[in-house]
Ligand binder design. Structure first.
Ligand code: IPE
Ligand code: IPE
Ligand code: MG
Length: 230
């Protein structure tokens, strides 16, 4: 079983367009997939789930869609936080607070504070997240240290948003797109990538089980040689 699963939840707009609905209806339906995948990860004993909810590039979208996504996060937390807390889920945010409306930050902060001592699944919300921005933020914080630690992969990783989180073992992208879209650029170095053709609002238990099965067939080498020939 992977310890850390990261998901690029893609295809909401296409899901809606296929049904003749406005794009935002796909985002709304996508919330049901979020609930289902969180529950499943809890049941499977996965320790960390990172969901890409809004990228630093998503500010390029039309204003009303951005506004909808911001409000949807507030609505989601309002509706689900009590249940997540009951399940022992610990919530974290990965991303920059810049440009995010105050009321959205408030609801994220409240969710983090409420769940900080939980010991179940750790849910990382990549919200206003960009991989390049994260690396620049890390460099800035690294350079601000009064006595800088020697630069190494380990010491540098300690300045990323994911400081105390192991790298993802599995990256899932839905809707068939074969790209990273500025997600966890440093951390995905050796993740197994599974692209599902299914659009995010349709991605539920069965699809997730299929992706996990695919992951379990992979042989991870980390630059070494096949284990049986070692
Ligand atoms: C993913 O779905 C959700 C976000 C990026 C917030 P999209 O909105 O990108 O859906 P498509 O890719 O246009 O279908
Ligand atoms: C990536 O999806 C961002 C999120 C899922 C939040 P996009 O739909 O924004 O990515 P591109 O533009 O297709 O690369
Ligand atoms: Mg997309």
């Amino acid at each position: 079983m992977p310890v850390h699963v990261a998901v690029i939840m893609d295809g909401n707009g296409r899901w809606a367009q296929k049904r003749g609905l406005p794009r935002v209806e796909g985002h709304r339906e996508g919330m049901n997939s979020v609930r289902s995948i969180i529950n499943q990860c809890g049941e499977l004993g996965i320790s960390y789930l990172t969901l890409y909810a809004f990228s630093t590039e998503n500010w390029k979208r039309p204003g009303p869609e951005i506004q909808f996504l911001m409000n949807l996060l507030i609505e989601y937390l309002k509706k689900e936080l009590a249940e997540l807390h009951r399940q022992g889920v610990r919530i974290r945010m990965l991303g920059t607070r810049e440009r995010v409306p105050e009321k959205v930050l408030k609801s994220i902060d409240q969710a983090i504070a409420m769940t900080q001592n939980n010991r179940g699944l750790q849910l990382n919300l990549a919200f206003n997240y960009g991989g390049r921005r994260e690396i620049l933020d890390a460099i800035e914080r690294f350079c601000q240290q009064p006595s800088r630690p020697p630069l190494s992969e380990e010491s540098f990783a300690g300045f990323l948003y994911t400081a105390d989180i192991p790298d993802p073992d599995l990256l899932i992208r839905t809707s068939g797109e074969m790209r990273i879209s500025n997600f966890l650029l440093w951390q995905l170095a050796y993740a197994e990538i599974v692209v599902s053709p299914v659009l995010w609002p349709d991605f539920r238990e069965t699809e997730m089980a299929g992706v996990i099965a695919e992951f379990q067939k992979r042989e991870r080498r980390f630059g070494g040689v096949e284990s049986k020939s070692a």
